[in-house]
Every structure is written in C-alpha cells, then in structure tokens.
Design a protein around this ligand. Structure first.
Ligand SMILES: Nc1ncnc2c1ncn2[C@@H]1O[C@H](COP(=O)(O)OP(=O)(O)OP(=O)(O)O)[C@@H](O)[C@H]1O
Length: 364
C-alpha cells in the first residue's frame, strides 16, 4: 500500500495547448492517503479516466509528477508500479478456467501453490463463483467474466493501490450492491489504497471514505459524503450530488447587514450568519432544507407538482423566478395553502462565481 502524491499535475492531449481549456486535467496537487478508499466521481468527459490512467502509468502527464511513497513514478511503466486494475469491461483469458484466471497474478509472481489455492478460494467466495471455479471462462456471461476481473484485481494483498474504472457497469443491479459491499469489506480487511472511478453517486457515496468530485477537468471538492451533502464547495457538487440536486437562487448580499441578509427576488432572507462577499451571489439550499409555509416571512412560492416517491415526497415549486424542489418527509404535512418557502438555517450555502463562500466564524 502506498501514499500517492500528485504534484502540480496537469494533462493536455494536445501537443501545443493554448490555454486551460485545452487541458483534459487542470492543475492538481493532492495526496491520496495510504490505505484510504477514494471514489472519483463526475460526469462523462470530466477527466476521471485521464487522471486514473496517469496514476496507473497508461498515460504520461504533460506536466507535473506522480509519487508513490515519495518515489517518482511519473514515467515508470504500469508493471513497475505494483498496482492492480479493474476496467469497465472484463479482461479474462477465455481458454483458462475461472480458477486459473484468478490464480494468474499470483502464479506470475512465483507464489507457492498452497498460498495461491487459499487466496483463490477466498476471492471466489467474495465474488460468489466457488461453484464455477473449474469451468472455462469461455461461455460465461459478461457479468460473470467481470466478476472474475474483479476477483483478479483483489487476489493480491501486496499491491500499492487498487484502481477501478467503472467496474460495475456490466454487472446486474443486485450483484452490484453485493460486490460493492465486498469491496468495502476487502478495504476494511486489508487497508488497500483504493481509487474507484464512477459517474454514479450512489456507488461513490457507499463505497468511499472520501469522494473526489471532478468537473470540467478540475477537482472541485474532496470530502466525506457528509461534507459533500452539507457543504458543497462548488455549485456543481450541489447539483451533481443529491436527488434532486441543490436549489440555487440568484441573490444579492445586503452590505448594510454585514452580508447577513440576502435579497432573493422581492424577498429578504436572513442567512443567520455574515458572509464576506459583496453584490451578486447564489444561495444554495438542498431540497431537504426547504420548508413550506403559508403566510408570514419567506419567499413567495407556488406548488406546481407533488411526486410521491415512497419514503418522502418531492414537491416542485416555482419561486423567485425559477423551478425548485423541496423534500417532505413521510408523515409531514404539506400545507394546502402553501404560498411561501423558508430555509432551514443549517442548510444554507452561499456561492460567489460558483465557489462556496465560508460564513464568518466557520471553523474550516
Ligand atoms: N486519447 C484522447 N485523445 C484526445 N482527447 C481525449 C483522449 N481521451 C480523452 N480525451 C478527452 O479528454 C477529456 C476527458 O476525458 P476522460 O475520458 O478522462 O473523461 P471521463 O470523466 O473518464 O469520461 P467517461 O466517464 O466518459 O470515460 C474529454 O474531453 C475527452 O474527450
């Protein structure tokens, strides 16, 4: 296992990039802590695979360095990096049995037969393929083959890091959940440094200790699932994480209140904390923190639709010139004469140029 350092890293696929917009990966400095499980999350094309390929050695970055435990591996080939990789689509040897496929990375390193047998058996149990160990891989479903690929990735215990690039794409939904649980268990048991690329927020939030959110070639936030939910560092994180995503209101901070009050449409909202930003900002409030009211203070709003999705209701509203969503818990009433919304103070975030502005007095 290793700490992986990205030092001043950036990548452009163009030979002569003219500006930041020509970089698939914009400048990045980061330490991936030894033994942590990270998910790299972002929409298609945001640069996840580019970053993963630089870490694995499939791609040499146009700028900066990659260090494993302080050793510069920027130009070292994949084979020298001692990592295990699992890709989106299965990579298996069709003419070999499942057992031989799983044993392959260990045999390659000259491991003793009894130890190979022990590890293969253990991994086969994890991927639920003990009954098929002596079947040839040829003829197995794509799903089963991908489980073999995952097993092969997990069979070595001495790797610097385990890298997964959307590994569950071809797996059926029930097995997805099962395998994700197994990966988490594997991480718990062996403490590998794991990097897991996905565009699926559920996958990222359930798998990882820390989620690295990428947008347009840039890492916009690295945080625990709770950080991403409570304090999205960038409007993209607010929108991308959560279902529905965070509501954003155009607002003007009121200088006479030391940035404590915001003007949203025709209403004045008490943000309950001062913000050191001036002029036009955006106020972000997740649907979980929107409260419905009839009369009194708040932003005038009209309900346009109510969707019952089981454990809660999604209330769609029109407020301050935009469509927004509120989540109302089971058993909570929706006032029939709802004509306003208010914000739960702990759910308010303020953004200037898409980046979160920390309120005065925030500890971090
Ligand atoms: N070999 C390449 N040559 C030129 N441009 C590339 C190459 N590979 C990726 N890109 C571009 O770099 C950007 C980032 O792509 P990348 O594959 O890293 O994103 P991603 O987040 O992994 O997306 P996906 O989830 O679709 O794989 C995209 O604009 C993509 O078109």
């Amino acid at each position: 296992m290793a700490r992986i350092t990205l030092d001043n890293l950036a990548h452009s696929y163009l030979t002569y990039p003219r500006g930041p917009e020509d970089f698939a990966l914009k400048e990045l400095n980061h330490d991936w802590a030894d033994g942590e499980a990270y998910a790299l999350l972002g929409a298609s094309g945001c640069g996840k695979s580019t970053l993963l390929n630089i870490i694995s050695g499939l791609l040499i970055p146009s700028q900066g360095r990659v260090l494993f435990d302080g050793r510069d591996v920027t130009t070292a080939p994949t084979a020298e990096r001692n990592i295990a990789q699992v890709f989106q689509f299965p990579v298996v040897y069709d003419t070999m049995t499942v057992r031989q496929n799983l044993a392959f990375p260990l045999k390659n390193r000259g491991m003793e037969a009894a130890e190979i047998a022990r590890r293969v058996q253990k991994v086969a149990a994890m991927i639920d393929m003990e009954a098929q160990l002596d079947r040839k891989a040829r003829g197995l479903t794509a799903d089963a083959k991908q489980k073999i690929s995952l097993g092969r990735g997990m069979v070595r215990e001495d790797v610097n890091a385990l890298l997964f690039d959307e590994p569950l794409t071809v797996i059926d939904p029930h097995m997805k959940w099962e395998l994700r649980t197994q990966l988490k268990k594997l991480h718990h048991d062996f403490g590998h440094t794991m990097i897991y690329v996905t565009h699926d927020q559920t996958e990222a939030l359930t798998f990882a200790d820390k989620v690295v959110v990428m947008h347009d070639g840039r890492v916009v936030q690295i945080g625990t699932p709770q950080d991403l939910f409570e304090r999205p560092a960038h409007t993209f994180v607010g929108y991308f994480i959560g279902s529905p995503g965070m509501n954003l209101f155009d607002a003007t901070l009121d200088a006479t209140s030391n940035g404590r009050h915001a003007r949203i449409g025709d209403a004045t909202v008490d943000l309950t904390q001062p913000y050191a930003a001036t002029g036009r900002v955006q106020v972000g409030v997740r649907p979980e923190f929107i409260r419905l009211a009839a009369g009194g203070d708040g932003i005038p709003a009209q309900i346009t639709r109510i969707e019952d999705v089981g454990r809660h209701k999604i209330v769609r509203l029109h407020a301050a010139g935009r469509d927004i969503s509120a989540l109302i818990g089971e058993g909570e009433a929706i006032p029939a004469d709802t004509d306003r919304i208010t914000f739960a103070p702990q759910g308010v975030n303020v953004y200037a140029d898409d980046w979160r502005v920390a309120p005065g007095g925030e500890s971090r």
